[in-house]
Design a binder for this molecule. Sequence first.
Ligand code: FES
Length: 157
Amino acid sequence: MSTATKDLSYIEELVAQYPEHKGGTLTIMQKIQEREGCLSPEALDELARCSGVSVNELYGVATFYSFYKFSPPGKHTIQVCLGTACHVRGGAKILAELERLLGIKVGEVTADGKFGLVRIACLGCCALEPVIAIDGKFYPRVSVRQLPSILAAYQDQ
Ligand code: FES
């Protein structure tokens, strides 16, 4: 994402459109994320300035909901299921190995913006445990050994 100063004037317009304190703030943050892909520090600063709600309070509200992101999404989103069925079958090991291979922690995006790593409570196919999904494509009964070749398939995409 460009580091050039962004035009955040639309946030002031959103605050005028949704003046209610808490409910309005949630809606505005949702609209910022739809537009920018995440809630950047600059956007939250601007929302705090325009709304009078402190940055700390905005972060407090946003971090309560897993929906809100604080960095731009990766080009490819890797979802690792850590629901009960997948956890019992080694989901945590899969996640730890992906963190090691990618050099990021869950919730982060690689420096080149290629991969984002998120944890999911259940991907809805518990019989295929442990399972991960990349951009919606499922990898059932995945093993630690398979991960490098799975990631390699996305390197040039
Ligand atoms: S627990 Fe992993 S898909 Fe349901």
